[in-house]
Design a protein around this ligand. Structure first.
Ligand code: KIV
Length: 275
């Protein structure tokens, strides 16, 4: 008996082949129910380490652990069928050596079943990316604003708004692409630089705050749904779920206090007695 699903999941090579083609649609998801919804519309689901802020109320992504990523990555795999699921490598799980990166990435692939990992950093991560790819780990790279470097960059500000910064960021993009990354997230960079990077690299660029010049786009799901209290300038809110949830919770609380919930239709009757 085959245990294969009828729906073929997109792979890293499928996404790599979309360079310059139809835009790649990506959103984050951290759990099974949202993954199911996102999966119906997106090519890639990113289990981002932004889950530290969104799910756990952390100020930065730095405290996020490999265990958290594995747990949520597995949930997203269970909730999805078609999209390529990419799981973020959290801070401290891959930077100290290429061997450390392989051990962590192998654990993520084995324990979640996801199709690729993402890591932050440009030229400094190129050797690690090559090592991972040669050993069967598809890597999505991430340049521009890299939130895991918050303590060295000082703030979450846009990058490449002065031309003097461009050479460094372009060098980062070329280095990760030459090392074998299958796609490249570009976060919070000025539009002309995003365009230049997209033209310069042979792999698809996925922008977040990096203009429509990129080959695809990603947003944090809760940001675009209107659930996050503060969002960066580049987020467009496609929904306003906060007030809807508030209304539902207030309605429930009022009915529990008034003893009108549960009503008879939400209550189990006794079985009829056998005569
Ligand atoms: O962690 C995340 O959600 C990300 C995206 C913002 C690209 O890395």
């Amino acid at each position: 008996m085959s245990v294969q699903s009828d729906i073929r999941r997109l792979t890293a090579p499928d996404i790599r082949a979309r360079k310059g083609g139809e835009p790649i649609v990506c959103l984050t998801s951290y759990h099974a129910h949202t993954a199911r919804i996102v999966d119906a519309h997106c090519d890639v689901i990113l289990v981002g380490d932004s889950l530290g802020m969104v799910m756990h109320g952390l100020e930065t992504t730095l405290p996020v652990t490999l265990e958290m990523m594995v747990l949520q990555g597995h949930a997203v795999m269970r909730g999805s069928k078609r999209a390529l699921v990419v799981v973020d490598m959290p801070f401290g799980s891959y930077e100290s050596s290429k061997e450390q990166a392989f051990t962590s990435a192998a654990r993520v692939l084995k324990e979640t079943g996801c199709g690729a990992i993402k890591l932050e950093g440009g030229r400094r991560m190129a050797e690690t990316i090559r090592f991972l790819v040669e050993r069967g780990v598809p890597v999505m790279a991430h340049v521009g604003l890299t939130p895991q470097s918050i303590n060295t960059i000082g703030s979450f500000r846009a990058q490449g708004r002065e031309e003097s910064d461009w050479a460094r960021i372009e060098d980062d993009a070329l280095a990760v692409s030459e090392a074998g990354a299958f796609s490249l997230v570009i976060e919070a960079v000025a539009e002309p630089l995003a365009r230049k990077l997209t033209e310069a690299v042979p792999i698809p660029t996925i922008g977040i705050g990096a203009s429509a010049a990129c080959d695809g786009q990603v947003l944090v799901l809760e940001d675009m749904l209107g659930l996050s209290p503060r969002v960066p300038k580049f987020v467009k809110r496609y929904g306003d779920l906060g007030p809807g949830i508030e209304k539902a919770v207030a309605g429930y609380a009022a009915e529990v206090r008034a003893r009108t919930f549960p009503a008879p239709e939400h209550t189990y009757p006794m079985k009829a007695k056998k005569s």
